[in-house]
Write a protein that binds this ligand. Structure first.
Ligand SMILES: CC(=O)N[C@H]1[C@@H](OP(=O)(O)OP(=O)(O)OC[C@H]2O[C@@H](n3ccc(=O)[nH]c3=O)[C@H](O)[C@@H]2O)O[C@H](CO)[C@@H](O)[C@@H]1O
Ligand SMILES: C=C(OP(=O)(O)O)C(=O)O
Length: 436
């Protein structure tokens, strides 16, 4: 990438990764096929398709937008580790498949290495529904003798994944299930809508309570994935950090919530261009901010990394307190070489009650700006998905030519990245012979 130029143009958000892969699992609960549109061609969808086909389900990509999933041919409940490396989906399959099979085994989960990412809430939920779960060195085995029974699950933390597990378990369990302290992220609410369209009876509330009345069977559905709010925030950060001007389409503004407020507070400009289109630019010199990542409707942990690059360009000291994952700042160190001035601390630099207080996790970051970036001859190696996008923004604003490696991590969540960014005047190309 050759940086130092404003990024200008239009970009369409793809379907949300963190909904589509959960929807693919939900499709397995239906007796008839499900059609999923706006399904992005990204690594995580491929990994999930591989997981589903490994147990006999049919996953057909009709075109770049559309997937059809047919679970009727599903004939095994032992999920092997896919060759491409696993994502978070295996732990969701453990519950979704337990209605159809009496024994299910799944491999250990993968995904970004941003913390311990325990799955204890998922396992505990299966047990509460009447299942038995064993942990092995290779993964998890769940068993049931009778049908699963509705229950009350009070989540210790509003985990997105564990809430999804409870939904998969509850919709086909006998009787009533109540989930308290549930996650209410837009992707979770969209999954609830999808399950309703399959015949599930789910009641939401103004808070974090969800009530499910179990039904005997679900049918397939046709659903269009919502736009990816993490992509949208990434393109907004790219536009503002590079002093450019980018119109992002395919995104519901309400799903960006507090991001838009923080973005404007530091000096970003927004203009609504229609129902699902927002123009992002820099409205004035950037000011620093104090941000704490949190569960929805808080500032999403997945917005943190692109936004951190933006804060390196703000005039003053910014603070980010990461309260969702304990180890999500490792990527900052590599930015020192470009000129960034950052420091990590294990103290909680914020007021949100944080599970990492008094533990030795460097989960608060101090960012001192503004620091113009200059490219270095050393390649920058991507450690995880959102850090990857942060490095793309860093390279876009760094004067000179940067080489980024480990792009597989990036492509697990961002589709067709090189042509899409190149169309916005970003000088980016894929180099043959690298890991790209
Ligand atoms: C609440 C939240 O923002 N969740 C994010 C999380 O979802 P994801 O579903 O991956 O993670 P969870 O929401 O389940 O995890 C949130 C927190 O709960 C902990 N935990 C979770 C399950 C469990 O059984 N035990 C346990 O201790 C995790 O270690 C983590 O500290 O990563 C996704 C990808 O970055 C984001 O899009 C989601 O927004
Ligand atoms: C960390 C992420 O994904 P995963 O949970 O799949 O690792 C992410 O989407 O930023």
């Amino acid at each position: 990438m050759e940086g130092g130029y404003p990024v200008v143009g239009k970009i369409a958000c793809l379907g949300a990764k963190n909904f589509v892969i959960k929807a693919m699992v939900a499709a397995l609960l239906g007796d008839t096929p499900t059609t999923l549109t706006n399904a992005p061609a990204i690594g995580d969808v491929d990994i999930t398709a591989e997981l589903l086909t490994s147990i006999g389900a049919k996953v057909e990509r009709v075109d770049s937008q559309q997937l059809v999933i047919d679970a009727s041919s599903m004939d095994t409940s032992t999920v092997p580790t896919p060759h491409s490396g696993s994502n978070r989906v295996p732990i969701l399959l453990l519950s979704a498949l337990l209605h159809r099979f009496t024994t299910v085994s799944v491999p250990v989960v993968g995904g970004c290495k941003i913390g311990a990412r325990a799955v204890d809430f998922h396992l505990q939920a299966i047990r509460r529904f009447g299942g038995v779960v064993d942990e092995t060195s290779e993964g998890y085995v769940a068993r049931r003798v009778k049908s699963l029974k509705g229950t009350h699950i009070d989540l210790p933390y509003p985990s997105v994944g564990a809430t999804e597990t409870c939904l998969y378990l509850g919709v086909l369990a006998e009787g009533r299930t109540v989930i308290t302290n549930a996650a209410i992220e837009p992707e979770v609410m969209e999954l609830i809508m999808m399950l309703r369209s399959m015949g599930a009876i789910i009641f939401t509330s103004s808070g974090r309570d969800i009530r499910i009345e179990g039904v005997k069977q679900l049918k397939g559905t046709h659903i269009q994935a919502l736009g990816d709010r993490i992509e949208a925030a990434s393109w907004a950060s790219l536009a503002c950090a590079s002093n450019g001007d980018v119109t992002v389409s395919g995104i519901r503004p309400d799903t960006l919530g507090n991001f838009l407020s923080y973005f404007q507070e530091i000096g970003g400009g927004i203009e609504l261009m229609g129902a699902e289109s927002i123009r992002f630019f820099r409205a004035r010199d950037l000011r620093p901010a104090i941000i704490e990542t949190d569960v929805y409707p808080g500032f999403s942990t997945d917005w943190q990394q692109p936004f951190a690059i933006l804060l390196t360009q703000a005039d003053g000291i910014s603070i980010i307190h990461e309260t969702v994952f304990e180890n999500r700042f490792g990527y900052l160190k590599a930015l020192d070489a470009l000129g960034a001035r950052t420091q990590l601390t294990s103290h909680c630099l914020g007021g949100i009650p944080c599970r990492f207080r008094d533990k030795n996790y460097e989960h608060s970051a101090i960012i001192i700006g503004p620091t113009p970036f200059t490219a270095t001859s050393e390649p920058i190696t991507i450690p995880d998905l959102r850090a990857g996008l942060a490095y793309v923004i860093a390279a876009a604003i760094a004067r000179g030519t940067s080489i980024i490696t480990g792009v597989d991590f990036l492509e697990r969540g961002y589709g067709n990245i090189v042509p899409r960014l190149a169309s916005m005047n970003l000088k980016i190309e894929r180099i043959a012979g690298s890991s790209l």
